[in-house]
Write a protein that binds this ligand. Structure first.
Ligand SMILES: *Cc1c(COP(=O)(O)O)cnc(C)c1O
Length: 384
């Protein structure tokens, strides 16, 4: 991402989403798997913007989308192609069946009660209502328990009223390839689906896809991999920059930030950066982690506040450089990956991405094979 449009100074920082990298990641995942790859765009596509993300993925060939909640499906569905399907992973709550049907989206049925209610709704409207079905293969989060699968399997009429678009389960430990629960869950999944009418099968998320083709079945549900989350060999999709709002020199012995949890052990140049925990820059990064400027590491000093945090910029001063009001520092980018930030904050990249707030200028880098070779990427600023 070398070409940059201007930083709008009304914003605290800028979140740049490279839709070309997103499309490249989609194509890479699709090429690595013999199965179809659907995109998980829940939580506003992990905070990046469900609509532009889904559009770019449609252009790359994706036709299956997953959200967590019905409200998300209702928001997204009208903006997708007619041929694209949206599935609601958390299922449909009692009384919302008609809304789900009217929205043209499919529930993932996670319990017998949900299954019966959806079947009853099919009876009421007088036509079969397709849905997906989730079985619990060991995570104990969502889906039918083994004995419930057997009970449902005995209800042959159910499947006339509710044709299964696919049967799915979810892996608890897919990021840990050596974990014994992976083969255990696959085995339980096989056992469950053997009792059910034939339908396409889906077990793997991004981590599952990398466990090998035996985990991929017919449909992979990829989330973080599309958005460039490590440990997978994906292209970086997100860049985050923030503005310097004050620079000062402090004497040795002076404290920094709430609680004065940092004390300078020498005269120090400090810059205040206009991003805080209200923007999803985790408070857990207090006195941990860094920002970067021209490739130079600037350690975070003191607590991260709601709207700002401080960095030690002595390494910049030592080089004879100056950091001034309005300059930008890199929070996520070529020198500090999303994964680096997540690790420093003691969490996972999903958590960092979905937390990034609404106060950033948001820019999408577009441009694909449709553009002539060598064309500059187009920037589309979305002020939202
Ligand atoms: C969130 C989610 C995914 C996507 O997981 P990633 O690790 O982001 O790839 C897939 N399936 C289900 C059921 C999920 O809840």
């Amino acid at each position: 991402m070398s070409a940059r449009s201007d930083f709008d100074p009304i914003y605290c920082g800028r979140l740049t989403v490279d839709l070309r990298a997103l499309a490249a990641n989609y194509r890479l995942l699709a090429s690595l798997s013999a199965s179809a790859v659907g995109a998980v765009v829940k939580a506003d596509a992990y905070g990046l913007g469900a609509r532009p993300i889904a559009h770019a993925l449609e252009q790359a060939g994706c036709r299956t989308f997953f959200v967590a909640q019905l409200s998300e499906a209702i928001d997204l569905k009208p903006h997708l192609r007619k041929s694209s399907e949206v599935f609601v992973l958390n299922g449909v709550q009692p009384g919302a069946e008609g809304i789900c049907l009217a929205a043209g989206v499919f529930p993932v049925l996670n319990s017998l009660e949900q299954a019966w209610r959806w079947r009853d709704h099919a009876r009421e409207v007088g036509s079969p209502l397709p849905a997906a079905l989730q079985v619990d293969s060991g995570m104990s989060r969502l889906g039918l328990a083994p004995e419930e699968v057997s009970q449902l399997a005995r209800e042959a009429q159910f499947f006339e009223k509710v044709p299964l678009r696919f049967v799915m389960s979810h892996l608890a430990c897919s990021e840990d390839a050596a974990h014994s629960s992976n083969p255990n869950q696959a085995e339980r999944f096989d056992h469950a689906v053997a009792q059910l009418p034939a339908a396409p099968l889906s077990l793997a998320n991004s981590g599952g896809l990398f466990l090998g083709n035996s985990y991929n079945y017919d449909l992979v549900r990829a989330g973080i991999g599309l958005y460039g989350g490590a440990p997978h060999p994906m292209a970086a999709v997100v860049r985050l920059d923030a503005s310097v709002i004050q620079v000062r020199r402090i004497p040795s012995g002076q404290g920094v930030g709430y609680g004065l949890t940092f004390t300078a052990d020498r005269p120090m140049d400090i810059a205040t950066i206009s991003v805080g925990y209200a923007d999803g820059w985790p408070r857990a990064l207090s006195n941990r982690g860094a920002a970067y400027h021209r490739g130079v590491r600037l350690p975070i000093v003191g607590r991260v506040s709601m709207d700002s945090f401080s960095v030690d910029i002595s390494a910049i001063s030592d080089r004879g450089w100056r950091l001034a009001l309005g300059d930008q520092v890199e929070l996520i980018g070529p020198h500090q990956s999303l994964e680096d930030v997540a690790r420093d904050a003691g969490t996972i990249s999903h958590d960092i991405l979905t937390g990034l707030g609404r106060r950033f200028q948001r820019s999408f880098i577009t441009g694909s094979e449709a553009n002539p070779p060598g064309a500059q990427p187009a920037f589309v600023d979305a002020h939202r």
